[in-house]
Ligand binder design. Structure first.
Ligand code: GDP
Length: 317
């Protein structure tokens, strides 16, 4: 089965590891959020793309959830001597990715081409697709002012009070041909357990993407979402804060509400059994109560397998 996933940089990549184990990387395509990309010290950094190409190439520091395992930070320390930014850690090997990406982008190549090339060089067999080639930036309006999302998350460690979130440049973004082709060829679309507002949200906002996925759903391709909220809280990050900021409940129900017009079904955790009946009755969305916390490879593979079974089940109806 050809699986297409929509992903941020932390939750969905765990599930992608599971799919890799069950159907092989070559059957997996991923549309990746790029709205947390940032220019720092003259380098263009694409954190979610990096996490995914490092994941599929086996380089990812799985414990930390970002960067390359065993990386050192000598260049980062040296840069600090010159007063360069010191809040976004960049490892020595990781730096090579940012340097070369920036060089290629400055040479005029698109982010899609550069990502495809770098993934190939790292031996990645999955198709890793930036959501768009244009620069889109997630901005967070806080009591510290208007911040880039990385400043909010990393520099200020999610402490400022949030008044709103916006995606500057999204209106001018275009879905790359490669993204549209991946949607067309998919046999299952998985909205992974990533932040629904600032990871999956911008992917679905790229003009054309959501519409194409809905078209696929009408042709019988299941669109299965996995909640990143467990018992009213994300396992990590600001999903609850951003859901609230946009007027949604910080719950699996709130997540289901965000995806109600695009998903065929949603998976929620066993602790959210009560949410499931509310989702079914109020939103009319097919809901499965499952073990959706992925602690190790075994639970990642198990969840991927379960999603594939559900997709087959839904496909028969
Ligand atoms: P970011 O790009 O680093 O912001 O990360 P993502 O948006 O990809 O993922 C963040 C979300 O992943 C959080 O809301 C977490 O609750 C969720 N998450 C992390 N691990 C798991 C897991 O094992 N299961 C589920 N269901 N969600 C998870």
């Amino acid at each position: 089965m050809k699986v297409l996933a929509l992903s941020g940089g932390t939750g969905t990549p765990k599930l992608l590891k599971g799919f890799e184990g069950v159907i092989g990387q070559e059957n997996v395509s991923v549309i990746v959020n790029t709205s947390d990309n940032i220019w720092l010290n003259g380098l263009y950094i694409a954190p979610d793309i990096d996490s995914i190409i490092y994941l599929f190439s086996g380089l990812l520091d799985v414990e930390r959830g970002w960067g390359i395992k065993g990386d050192t930070f000598n260049s980062f320390e040296a840069l600090k001597t010159y007063g360069a930014q010191d809040w976004f850690h960049i490892g020595d090997r990781d730096l090579a990715t940012h340097l070369h990406r920036t060089y290629l982008l400055n040479s005029g190549y698109s982010l899609t081409s550069v990502t495809k090339y770098m993934a190939f060089k790292l031996g990645v067999k999955a198709s890793v697709l930036p959501m768009c080639n244009e620069h889109v930036e997630a901005r967070v309006l806080t009591d510290h002012g208007d911040l880039h999302i990385q400043e909010y998350l990393v520099k200020y460690r999610m402490k400022p009070k949030v008044y709103g979130i916006a995606f500057s440049g999204i209106g001018k973004a275009k879905a790359p041909q490669e993204v549209l082709k991946a949607i067309n060829e998919s046999e299952l679309v998985v909205i992974g357990p990533s932040n629904p507002i600032n990871s999956v949200g911008p992917i679905l906002m790229v003009p054309g993407v959501k519409e194409r996925i809905i078209e696929k759903r009408s042709s019988g391709v299941p669109v299965i979402a996995v909640s990143p909220i467990i018992g009213g809280r994300p396992l990590k990050g600001p999903a609850h804060i951003f859901l609230n900021a946009l007027g949604y409940e910080a719950s699996s129900f709130g997540v289901a509400e965000v995806y109600a017009d695009v998903a065929t079904a949603i998976l929620v955790d066993r602790v959210d059994e009560g949410e499931a009946s509310r989702i079914r009755s109020k939103l009319g969305l097919t809901t499965y109560v499952e073990d959706i916390v992925m602690r190790d490879l075994d639970s990642k593979v198990k969840l991927a397998r379960r999603i594939l079974d559900i997709a087959r089940e839904l496909g028969r109806h």
